[in-house]
Design a protein around this ligand. Structure first.
Ligand code: GDP
Ligand code: MG
Length: 610
C-alpha cells in the first residue's frame, strides 16, 4: 500500500455509545470477519471486558476497503471510554490521523464524549461526528445535532447518522474515513521511503505467554522487517526483530511494515519495562532523534493487596508480575501489615481500573486477594532541617496513611484534586448541587448544552469521589447523570489522621486520612462496623476512634458469660457460688490486662469493603 492509501483512525465515545459494535460492523463490511449474529464486540478480548461490557485495553485491527476502485488500508484502533482509561485513549490517538466521535442518539453528549473530544482536538485530529442508534424509538438525533453545534461548533452537514447495530449508514462512515482523514504524514515523502532509516512510535504493548512482549508500533519513517536489529531510545537496549505483522483482528505476520502503517513487532522483549509506552524505536545502526513521547500514566488510587493465605504469597506475586506485563500503568510497591502479612501496595489509575485488576487476578490466575480500602497519594510538607534531610526533601509522598510522618513535624498535608465534568438534565439541578457539596465539591462553571441539559464543572478532592460518588450520582439522577474528571493538582486540605483502637491497640490497616468535617462520622461508622464483626471475649473491651490520641467515638463489646456457678445448686452453698464468681471476675480482670483481641483478616475484609 502506498502511503496515500493508508488511514489510521480511532473511534472515541462515551461508554456504551457503541464503539465496539461499530468496530464489529466495520470489520464485517470489510470482510475481516464474516457477518454473523455471534459477532459481538470482537475487539474486546479479555474476559473481564466481555462480562462488564466495557473495553479496557485498546486493540487495533487492519481493514481493507475499496474506495473508487482503489484498495485502501484502514487501521482501526479501538479505545476504552471510561475515565480511568484515558491514558489508553491518548496513546491510541497519538498513532492516528483522525477520529470518529460517536454519540448515542438517545443519551446525547455525555461527560466522556466531551473529554474524548478534547483529547482529539488537542492533537489537531480531524473529527468525524457520528450519531449512533438512530434505530431506537427514543432516538432524538436533532437534539444531538444541536448539542454538537453548541459545544464543538460542528455543523449539521458534517454529521453522519447511523445504526451500528443494524448496519445502517456504516458504509457512509467508511467513505468519510477515506475522504476526511488524511493519510499519515511522513517527513521523508513516500517516494524516498525505502532510503530513510526506520523510526517508530511504540504506542502500546501486550504480553504473550509464548512470544514475550508484542509491541504495537506506528511506523513514522522508513520500514521494518524480521531480521532487523532495533534500538530503544529510552532503554538503550537492542533487540533482534523476529516478526512484524498487522492485527486483523488477530496478529497476521507480514514481511515488512512500511511508513504510515500501524502494526506489531515481536523482538525478544522479555519484560513490560522493556516496551515503554511512548518510546521511539529505530534501527541499531541508524540512531534517530526521539519522537515526542507522552507523559507516563500516573497512579492515583492506592490499595493494599494481600494473599488470603501467606502460603499463596509467591503465586500472588507471580500473578501481579504477569498482569502488569500487560498493564504498565499499575504501580507496584511491597507492603506489610501485622494482620495480613506480606503483600503489596498497588497504584491504579482509578477505582474501575483497580476492580478490573482484581477481577483479572481472580479469573485469569485464580487468586483470591484481600484488597484494603483504597486511598489517594498525599503530599506531606515536613518542617525542620533535620527532618527534611531525613525524608530526603521537604515534600514526602504518602501512599499509605499509616506511614504518615509524626504529626509534630508536619507543616501541612496536601491532597489531590480533580476537575469533574458532570452532565445532567436540568430537573436534577438541585440534587446535583447538594450532592456536590456532600462530596466537598466547589462548582466553577455551569452552562446549558441544549434546551434541557446542563454541564457543570466542579472541583473535587479525589479522595472524596473514588468510592461512592459515581453510584450516588447515577442514583440521584435516575441514571441520567454522567461524569468524567481530569487531574487538577494538589491543594492543602484540613485533613486529620484517624486511628482505630481495638482494646487499646491501633489497627494499622484501618488508619485513614479524613477531612476534619467528616472525621467524626467516619470514626463512629468504623467503630460500629467493627463491633458488628468482632467476636466477644471473656473480658469486656473497647473499640475507639481517635484523632491524635484524642478519642472521638467509642463502642464497648461486653464479655461473654460463662456460667461458672451452674453446677452449684441454687440455694445451697451460697458461699461457694460467690467464691466462684469472684474468681471469675479476677480472672477476667487479669485477662483484660493481658488479653489480646484478634482482629482477623475476614473481619478486616468486611469492615474495609466499600
Ligand atoms: P461501547 O461501550 O462504546 O463499546 O459500546 P458497545 O458497542 O458495547 O454498545 C453498548 C450497547 O449499545 C450494546 O448493548 C449494543 O448492543 C448497543 N448498541 C450499539 N449500537 C447500537 C445501535 O445502533 N442501536 C441500538 N439499538 N443499540 C446499539
Ligand atoms: Mg466497547
Amino acid at each position: 500500500y502506498s502511503i496515500d492509501k493508508i488511514r489510521n483512525f480511532s473511534i472515541i465515545a462515551h461508554v456504551d455509545h457503541g464503539k465496539s459494535t461499530l468496530a464489529d460492523r466495520l470489520l464485517e463490511l470489510t470482510g475481516v470477519i464474516k457477518a454473523d449474529k455471534a459477532n459481538k464486540q470482537i475487539l474486546d478480548k479479555l474476559q473481564v471486558e466481555k462480562e462488564r461490557g466495557i473495553t479496557v485495553k485498546a486493540q487495533t485491527a487492519s481493514l481493507f476497503y475499496e474506495y473508487k476502485g482503489k484498495k485502501h488500508l484502514l487501521n482501526l484502533i479501538d479505545t476504552p471510554g471510561h475515565v480511568d482509561f484515558h491514558y489508553e485513549v491518548k496513546r491510541s490517538l497519538a498513532a492516528c490521523q483522525g477520529a470518529i466521535l460517536l454519540v448515542d442518539a438517545n443519551e446525547g453528549v455525555q461527560a466522556q464524549t466531551l473529554a474524548n473530544f478534547y483529547l482529539a482536538f488537542e492533537l489537531d485530529l480531524p473529527i468525524i461526528p457520528v450519531i449512533n442508534k438512530i434505530d431506537l424509538k427514543v432516538a432524538k438525533p436533532e437534539v444531538v445535532v444541536q448539542q454538537l453545534n453548541t459545544l464543538f461548533d460542528i455543523t449539521p452537514d458534517q454529521i453522519i447518522k447511523i445504526s451500528a447495530k443494524l448496519g445502517t449508514g456504516v458504509d457512509e462512515v467508511l467513505k468519510a474515513i477515506v475522504e476526511r482523514i488524511p493519510c499519515p504524514q511522513v517527513t521523508s515523502g513516500s517516494d524516498k521511503a525505502t532510503q530513510v532509516p526506520f523510526k517508530g512510535l511504540l504506542f502500546d504493548s501486550h504480553y504473550d505467554r509464548f512470544r514475550g512482549v508484542v509491541a504495537s508500533v506506528a511506523v513514522k519513517e522508513g520500514q521494518i522487517s524480521a531480521g532487523d536489529k532495533i534500538l530503544s531510545l529510552q532503554t538503550k537496549k537492542k533487540y533482534d526483530v523476529q516478526e512484524v505483522g498487522v492485527m486483523s483482528p488477530d496478529g497476521v505476520p507480514i514481511s515488512r511494515l512500511y511508513e504510515g502503517q500501524v502494526g506489531y513487532i515481536i523482538a525478544n522483549m522479555k519484560k513490560a519495562k522493556d516496551a515503554l509506552i511512548g518510546d521511539t524505536l529505530c534501527l541499531a545502526e541508524h540512531p534517530v532523534d526521539p519522537l515526542p513521547g507522552f507523559k507516563p500514566a500516573q497512579a492515583m488510587v492506592f490499595a493494599g493487596l494481600f494473599p488470603a493465605d501467606q502460603s499463596e504469597f509467591s503465586s500472588l506475586q507471580d500473578a501481579i508480575t504477569k498482569l502488569t506485563l500487560n498493564d504498565s500503568s499499575v504501580e507496584v510497591n511491597s507492603d506489610h501489615s501485622a494482620a495480613l502479612g506480606q503483600g503489596f501496595r498497588l497504584g491504579f489509575l482509578g477505582l474501575l481500573h483497580m476492580d478490573v485488576f482484581e477481577q483479572r487476578l481472580r479469573q485469569e490466575f485464580h487468586i483470591n486477594a484481600i484488597v484494603t480500602a483504597p486511598n489517594v497519594p498525599y503530599k506531606v510538607k515536613v518542617k525542620g532541617a533535620k527532618n527534611i534531610k531525613f525524608y530526603g526533601g521537604e515534600v514526602v509522598t504518602v501512599l499509605n496513611p499509616c506511614h504518615l510522618p509524626p504529626l509534630s513535624i508536619i507543616e501541612e498535608i496536601q491532597e489531590p484534586l480533580v476537575l469533574g465534568t458532570i452532565i445532567v438534565p436540568d430537573c436534577y439541578l438541585g440534587d446535583l448541587v447538594s450532592l456536590s457539596m456532600k462530596y466537598r465539591g466547589v462548582q466553577v462553571e455551569q452552562s446549558y448544552i441544549d434546551d434541557t441539559r446542563i454541564m457543570f464543572k466542579v472541583v473535587f478532592p479525589l479522595n472524596e469521589i473514588i468510592v461512592t460518588f459515581f453510584d450516588e450520582l447515577k442514583s440521584v439522577t435516575s441514571g441520567y447523570g454522567s461524569f468524567d474528571y481530569e487531574d487538577y493538582g494538589y491543594k492543602t486540605g484540613n485533613l486529620v489522621k484517624l486511628d482505630i483502637y481495638v482494646h487499646n491497640v491501633i489497627i494499622e490497616e484501618l488508619t485513614s486520612l479524613v477531612h476534619v468535617t467528616k472525621v467524626e462520622d467516619r470514626g463512629r461508622e468504623l467503630c460500629l462496623k467493627l463491633k458488628e464483626h468482632l467476636s466477644r471475649q471473656q473480658f469486656e473491651y473497647t473499640i475507639r476512634a481517635a484523632i491524635n490520641q484524642r478519642f472521638i467515638a467509642k463502642e464497648t463489646v461486653k464479655a461473654y458469660r460463662k456460667d461458672v456457678t451452674a453446677r452449684v445448686k441454687s440455694g445451697h452453698d451460697m458461699a461457694r457460688k460467690k467464691l466462684l464468681l469472684d474468681r471469675q471476675k479476677e480472672g477476667k480482670a487479669r485477662l483484660r490486662l493481658a488479653g489480646k483481641v484478634p482482629v482477623k483478616k475476614d473481619v478486616l475484609m468486611k469492615v474495609l469493603r466499600k
